[in-house]
Design a protein around this ligand. Structure first.
Ligand SMILES: NC(=O)c1ccc[n+]([C@@H]2O[C@H](COP(=O)([O-])OP(=O)(O)OC[C@H]3O[C@@H](n4cnc5c(N)ncnc54)[C@H](O)[C@@H]3O)[C@@H](O)[C@H]2O)c1
Length: 423
């Protein structure tokens, strides 16, 4: 079996490497998808198949994309799909297509810090005997000859990107469950080199790992990785969590549209170009008209499909901005920064977005999972005129203002008219 060429590339910080995405590369038939799924279980994190992502994103099968638009277009889609996966803040195991390394742009993605590449290596004879060519347009005809040519052409490219090389064939000699053994072997090698962190407990493997750090997010903050179908995202919780926002917005986003309400006043630090879009307060603002206004304002500002939305507020803001993000350009990334307890424990999690109609509440909506959720517990701090209420876990007004909030009622802090200054 070949020796690994070293797991952490120069430039990758130890923290980034420990939470690294693991990408499997190698010729068709090496078992990237099956081994990838098992490896993901071993490491307690989600699995994503790049080919499946291409089909989901394009709404077409891979043979169809090849037949109608050719290999070059397929490779472009493949780069986009891999970029999207490697942009996710929660660490994944990704199976890349056999020819993904042939495109320089994809090799650049694989060379990023925080990405560990495992090359599953096998001979053309071994692979030809095991490969079903139905879904692999490039292998039609003499599969063994094509695989031999691919191996010659791609060996230097796999070697260029690989951090770890694993020969597949020895696992098939007398091993009852070769793919499981292969996955365990890879997991052990990665752990030995601290390229990954183990799952926190048994449940983590099933539901997404708890506590796996996100690069750029201080370890003092708590992180839970939520798995929703094929999508995984981190929920980062703790005082000052908003200061990690930049690390949780997709790297591809050059511009960020921050949506909030007057009176919330929670500033979110962002190192890239951003603008604030303010919506109205309360249920009356949770309308299709607000969604249209947001989308039109984003469009005038030049927000693109590759950019991102950050929703800073209670459930009204995350529901409305989340729905606008789901429909703008047929979907842009959204990061929720909930500022109410209800937002942190419920509205911002799970991807339910929507607005009201005169006929009913939340009648129009979409499931649009956030890219990340940032629960900055500082947002829940009570102002000088408020005190925490043990029943509602909200702040309650301590002054009889005679307006919207009497003593003991839950104070709507942004509209409170108390004489005492409220921050
Ligand atoms: N998507 C879901 O799964 C889900 C789940 C539950 C509720 N919801 C929705 O959530 C909405 C209710 O959310 P809510 O209870 O957070 O109310 P809300 O969003 O209306 O916020 C209450 C008030 O507090 C203000 N506010 C929020 N954070 C503040 C802060 N840190 N400082 C000062 N003022 C602040 C807001 O501006 C608003 O005036 C409803 O529309 C409901 O349908 C959605």
């Amino acid at each position: 079996m070949a020796e690994p060429s070293g797991v952490t590339r120069a430039g990758a910080s130890p923290a980034a490497a420990r939470a690294a995405h693991v990408v499997l590369v190698g010729l068709s038939g090496t078992g990237k998808t099956t081994v990838g799924r098992r490896l993901a279980k071993e490491l307690g994190r989600p699995f994503a198949d790049a080919d499946e992502q291409i089909e989901l994103r394009s709404g077409r099968t891979i043979p169809d994309v090849f037949a109608t638009e050719g290999e070059e277009r397929f490779r472009e889609l493949e780069t986009e799909a891999i970029a999207d996966l490697l942009d996710r803040p929660s660490p994944l195991v990704v199976a890349a297509g056999g020819g993904a390394v042939t495109r320089p742009a994809t090799r650049e993605l694989l060379a990023r810090p925080g990405v560990v590449v495992v090359w599953l290596r096998a001979s053309p004879q071994f692979l030809a005997a095991r490969t079903d060519t139905t879904h692999r347009p490039l292998l039609a005809g003499d599969a063994e000859a094509t695989l031999a040519r691919h191996l010659t052409e791609r060996t230097p490219l796999y070697a260029e990107v690989a951090d770890l090389v694993v020969d597949v064939e020895p696992f098939h000699v007398d091993e009852g469950k070769p793919k499981r053994a292969l996955a365990r072997h890879i997991a052990d090698r990665l752990r030995e080199r601290e390229a990954v962190v183990p799952p926190a407990d048994g449940d983590a493997a099933a539901s997404g790992a708890t506590g796996v750090p996100v690069p750029g997010v201080p370890a003092a903050l708590s992180t839970v990785h939520v798995q929703a179908g094929r999508v995984t995202y981190p929920v980062v919780v703790g005082p000052g969590a908003r200061r990690s926002l930049d690390a949780l917005v997709p790297a591809s986003a050059r511009r960020v549209a921050v949506v909030t309400q007057p009176g919330i006043g929670l500033e979110v630090p962002l190192d890239r170009e951003h603008a604030v879009f303010t919506i109205g307060d309360g249920e009356p603002a949770k309308t299709v008209a607000t969604v249209e206004e947001l989308c039109r304002a984003w469009s005038r500002w030049g927000l693109t499909r590759a950019d991102a939305v950050v929703a800073v507020g209670g459930g009204v803001v995350t529901d409305t901005a989340g729905f606008a993000a789901a429909v703008y350009h047929r979907g842009v990334a959204v990061v929720h920064v909930p500022t109410t307890l209800l937002g942190m424990v419920d509205a911002a999690i799970g991807g339910k977005t929507g607005v009201n109609l005169p006929e009913g509440k939340n009648l129009i909506g979409a499931f649009w999972q956030p890219h990340a959720v940032v629960c900055d517990t500082d947002a829940l701090a009570c102002g000088p005129n408020h005190a925490p209420d043990a029943n509602s876990c909200s702040c309650v007004c301590q002054d009889n203002c005679g307006g919207n909030c009497g003593i003991g009622s839950t104070c709507n802090m942004s509209t409170c008219t108390c004489s005492v200054v409220i921050d």
